[in-house]
Design a binder for this molecule. Structure first.
Ligand SMILES: NC(=O)c1ccc[n+]([C@@H]2O[C@H](COP(=O)([O-])OP(=O)(O)OC[C@H]3O[C@@H](n4cnc5c(N)ncnc54)[C@H](OP(=O)(O)O)[C@@H]3O)[C@@H](O)[C@H]2O)c1
Length: 206
């Protein structure tokens, strides 16, 4: 099997597992300390990936920044932006002004998403060995369903949203026999929020 980059999937959720309000807004579920933590982790990744749903809903910058908005690491060290999906990136999108874009990557990398394993395998040839996935629920669910996630970072806010916008959608699990077991490798309090880091359970404990 082709070498794949390390895939870290991150999301922010309410205590009831919602990733957005009914109108699609999700900024910000968690507080400043959690967001600082996310930006530091972005800075450590080779690339940052979102689906077109998140790109169109949130117009994210996909940069690693300080709380005051400056770049956390120089442009050359910023994670390369990757957008998965077929819809075009609107011309006014913030990601088109991403500081990592230049000679090596003139535009955000695009992946079709129909075969995520094959798409991700292409990234290692481009020197991308770690990918920080920032959503949304559609992409996160597909990566989980395909068994492509090495590490999950779940930021949990002491808040409720209810409604249909779950952090994770259908994983194709019909009954308990198919449950996707994880191991908690770290828990941390960040201001009012919790960060839980989890990895897929080793086969013998699944
Ligand atoms: N709380 C959080 O941490 C967080 C993080 C990010 C986003 N959000 C929220 O989540 C919402 C957007 O979620 P979303 O699920 O619509 O967006 P998404 O996961 O960012 O994007 C989904 C889109 O990606 C494309 N795609 C291509 N291959 C895919 C595959 N294998 N699996 C899934 N999608 C694939 C499809 O679009 P095409 O038709 O273009 O191919 C699909 O509609 C917004 O409300 C946003 O605010 C929350």
């Amino acid at each position: 099997m082709a070498e794949l980059p390390k895939i870290t999937v991150k999301w922010a959720q309410t205590l009831d597992g919602r990733a957005a309000a009914a109108d699609g807004s999700s900024q910000w579920i968690t507080g400043p300390a959690a967001r600082v933590d996310v930006h530091e982790r972005r800075a450590a990744a080779d690339a940052i990936l979102v689906g077109t749903g998140t790109l169109l809903a949130d117009d994210p910058s996909l940069t690693a920044r300080t709380p005051s908005g400056e770049l956390l690491v120089p442009a050359a060290g910023q994670p390369v932006p990757i957008v998965v999906g077929s819809r075009p990136i609107p011309a006014a999108s913030r990601v088109l002004a991403h500081p990592a874009l230049g000679e090596r990557f003139p535009a955000p990398l695009r992946l079709a998403g129909a075969d995520l394993a094959a798409d991700l395998a292409e990234l290692t040839a481009l020197g991308i060995h770690s990918v920080f996935v920032e959503g949304g629920p559609g992409i996160a669910s597909s990566l989980l369903r395909a068994g492509l996630v090495d590490e999950l970072l779940v930021y949990i806010a002491p808040a409720l949203l209810g409604g249909p916008r779950l952090a994770v959608g259908d994983l194709g699990i019909a009954s308990m026999a198919g449950i996707h077991r994880l191991e908690f490798t770290r828990t941390e309090q960040l201001g009012q929020d919790l960060l839980i880091i989890a990895t897929p359970a080793k086969k013998e404990t699944r």
